[in-house]
Design a protein around this ligand. Sequence first.
Ligand code: PLP
Length: 357
Amino acid sequence: MIDLRSDTVTRPTPAMRNAMANADVGDCMIDIDPSVERLEQRTAEVLGKPAALFMPSGSMANQIAVRVHCERGSEFLCEADCHIYQYEQAAFAQLSGLVAATIQGQAGILQPEQLHDQIRPVNDHFVTTKLVCLENTHNRGGGTIQPVEIVRSITQWADENGLKRHLDGARLWNAVAATGIAANHWAAMFDSVSVCFSKGLGAPVGSVLAGDQEFIQAAKRARKLFGGGMRQAGIVAAGALFALENHRDRLLEDHQNAQLLARAVDSSEALSLGSHGVQTNIVMATVDPRWGTATELVNRLADAGVKCFAMGRQRIRLVTHLDVSTAQVQQAADILFDIARLPQPYQVVSGSGASQT
Ligand SMILES: *Cc1c(COP(=O)(O)O)cnc(C)c1O
């Protein structure tokens, strides 16, 4: 089975397991766990932030970021298809008393002007606008990279208008690999950044939230509140650190492999790519209704040995990652191309039957 459902399906490599087995650990809720501390320091350094905090998941990192930046009864601005709004059970409302003001982008990308009227006036009728969140690369947008000049424009505008800025950088490593723009350059435009180790980088568990000292101190209190106070977490942090040091450069391979799928989709009869194409390791394809639905296609592909996800009625998503080789992705691309044929139109036979031609 070639599993292209998500880059979260990766399993730790033997070298990573070795690093984990040999990790120094301690109780990081009583004093310190040296492996967690090493991961936090190194991630802070890579992101150019003063401090960082290890988290069990990206959802927790994002939800703690919005909670700490906003006060109860306030709102944050975000793109309508972003992970924080779509895939985290609106925890910001359930747990922190916040609302999201969503703005529809194109493949996850907002234009700066779309935000300019979105800050509420200071008036007792209105909720208070406190924060803007961006996502890079954008998951539901199809792994799209935020254009750096748009990010600069939005974050500068936010800063000038007294808003905090949070980056959901679960796949920031992919944006760095694809653009060559360093992680600390992206991070410098934000007050806080969350990054993930269990997606493209291939670690089994973990995200990190980075920001200034005061922010991270408040985030640490919230992490305990949310049930994320871990003990000998160094055993998993060591896997994350191994991933950070060894697996960032190879993300370009995933991007090249995604191009093999992009070509198959583009040349197939029943599938098409969005106008933003394939920029990183995520391939979103629209299924021609004449073929059938996305779910029907996902089932046919699974029977042929390729796993992927349906993302709505006529859309499928395929994701390349550490655990699939170029040969496997090429095989998946061939299967995809083959299955995505449209039925031939019915032959209209006229006259008495037996054709003379
Ligand atoms: C996967 C993901 C997260 C967090 O995921 P967890 O499963 O909670 O670790 C956050 N943001 C984006 C954009 C993601 O793709």
